[in-house]
Design a binder for this molecule. Structure first.
Ligand SMILES: Cc1cc2nc3c(=O)[nH]c(=O)nc-3n(C[C@H](O)[C@H](O)[C@H](O)COP(=O)(O)OP(=O)(O)OC[C@H]3O[C@@H](n4cnc5c(N)ncnc54)[C@H](O)[C@@H]3O)c2cc1C
Length: 473
């Protein structure tokens, strides 16, 4: 159902008329089928109507969904992020009202960070949320580039919005997170009046054309009613939980579109007859898959795709162990391990996808450049993956491990003479970090701060000694 709609979405994108967005014909019906099949809740808790399956399974299913239709899959992807944020920071009341509807796919979720002046730099967010006597907030401002910010596929849309409460500190420390529903929700879960959030236009894009990318105007008619998620001024922290889930999922989108481009290129190469193979294995003209350079391209595509899939699968397994392992220490270690590859899954898998889809076009020769073949759509669709959910340049520099790498690279290297003298004076830093005296051991802390350095680089840094006689490190 979804794979044939992929081309249709490219040729007949979502359209805007007087505040309403109509998605590509077939999308609304496909979404109903998707939700009724229970796919939205695949990896979400059973308490809220989900299936409670591991992320490793969710990621594999997500890849297939994205391979079939990248534009469609974005909607469930953002709903997953909203669910994750509410599960982590939402009050019991918010969870009771919104989670089941999101998990079952009855409603969809969005992520509202970007504003005209605040893209990569969220410290510049200006949308404001004014506290009301009844404990709610009135939200005012403009959000741009909001994926599935308006559509006709579900009854309600739950916007998660970053905004500032008056008097909040400047910069990222003064940003809070709010739930702003498109339709107000009654205590019994029924839908009420339209909230004051309106879609004023949607973008015309290079790729993923079927997914509506909305400009949302909050509060032009008295203020959009919003509900604070968690505590004031901790919005960015909560949003990063949502974004970490979304960034992993965007990495999987890269793998998915690469896989589809690869499968299409292989099928074409097995079919297209052109030229005699250089090794003389076929007397006359042969299918182009016989040519070493075509095989090189196909194998490059496959190697990139499978390598990235392996990386994403290892990360998903770590996430599952971090949440479900019976041993608390193993959970902690797996969580630390999971956080390290997430920027790599996002950064590398998305950067490789335009390369792989470009090779897909190349394998098709002139036909790859012709829209009817479909190879060009994968190439155009893939480009956004390196941009949204944090551009490639932003993501690695904001991960703490990568930031430490960058700082270490900037640190001046000691001259060889000074280095020799220091090495002679300092204890060698080769001991195992697995044998500390206690969790408060300063040496253990030093080792864990520097584990990612090579032993040579680590030896250049001053190790923190431990005064405990029984310390094995
Ligand atoms: C189709 C689409 C869907 C989107 N969906 C959503 C959505 O659902 N919700 C949402 O909130 N946003 C969404 N976005 C916005 C998207 O996340 C931003 O476009 C992205 O974060 C980049 O911000 P920007 O466009 O303002 O670019 P800018 O921040 O202006 O960056 C421009 C260039 O400068 C570089 N740059 C900026 N700062 C640095 C730095 N410190 N170091 C190195 N390089 C830097 C960037 O890497 C980039 O190459 C979407 C965007 C698009 C196009």
């Amino acid at each position: 159902m979804l794979a044939p709609l992929n081309v249709e979405g490219d040729r007949n994108p979502s359209s805007w008329n007087d505040g309403k967005v109509t998605t590509t014909p077939g999308f609304a019906q496909a979404y109903r089928q998707y939700a009724e099949g229970g796919w939205q809740g695949l990896q979400h808790p059973q308490d809220f109507g989900g299936r409670g399956l591991p992320k490793a399974i969710g990621a594999a299913c997500g890849e297939m969904l994205n391979s079939a239709n990248l534009s469609f899959a974005l909607c469930p992807l953002l709903t997953d992020g909203a669910i994750e944020a509410l599960l982590t920071a939402g009050s019991d009341d918010l969870k009771a009202v919104y989670l089941e509807k999101l998990v079952t796919g009855a409603w969809t979720g969005t992520m509202n960070l970007t504003e005209p002046q605040a893209g990569s730099d969220l410290a510049l967010v200006r949308t404001r949320a004014e506290p009301q006597p009844d404990g709610t907030y009135k939200v005012f401002g403009t959000k741009i580039f909001i994926t599935y910010g308006e559509h006709d596929m579900a009854d309600n849309i739950v916007h998660l919005v970053l905004a500032r409460i008056p008097g909040a500190p400047e910069g990222v420390k003064g940003i809070s997170l709010f739930v702003v529903p498109k339709f107000m929700v009654g205590a019994d879960g029924t839908l009420g009046a339209r909230n004051d959030v309106h879609c004023v236009s949607i973008e015309h894009k290079l790729g993923i054309k079927a997914s509506p990318t909305a400009v949302l105007q909050y509060g032009d008619h008295g203020g959009a009613v919003g509900y604070l998620v968690g505590e004031e001024n901790r919005g960015l922290e909560y949003m990063f939980i949502m974004m970490n889930a979304a960034r992993y999922a965007v990495g999987v989108q890269g793998i998915a579109v690469a896989e589809r481009a690869y499968q299409q290129a292989v099928a074409y190469a097995r079919d297209r007859v052109q030229s005699r193979p250089v090794d003389g294995s076929v007397a006359g003209s042969a299918t182009i898959i016989h040519h070493p350079d075509v095989r090189r391209m196909l194998m490059t595509m496959r190697a990139y795709t499978e390598g990235c899939r392996a990386m994403a699968s290892v990360a998903a397994a770590a996430y599952d162990a971090a949440h479900h392992h019976p041993d608390a220490q193993a959970r902690k270690e797996n969580q630390a391990f999971y956080e390290f590859p997430v920027p790599l899954v996002k950064g590398y898998s998305t950067e490789m996808s335009p390369e792989v889809t470009s090779l897909g076009v190349q394998v098709h020769g002139g036909m790859g450049f012709i829209e009817e073949t479909g190879a060009a759509q994968h190439y155009r669709d893939a480009k956004i993956l390196t941009i949204y959910e944090g551009t490639t340049a932003i993501r690695p520099t904001t991960s703490s491990a990568a930031r430490r790498c960058a700082m270490a690279a900037r640190r001046p290297r000691p001259s060889p003479r000074r280095s020799r003298r220091r090495k002679a004076n300092w204890p060698r830093a080769t001991a195992s970090p697995r044998a500390p005296c206690s969790s408060a051991c300063p040496r253990r802390a030093w080792l864990s701060r520097t584990w990612w350095l090579s032993s040579r680089s680590r030896a250049r840094l001053r190790p923190t000694p431990c005064s405990q006689a029984r310390c094995l490190t």
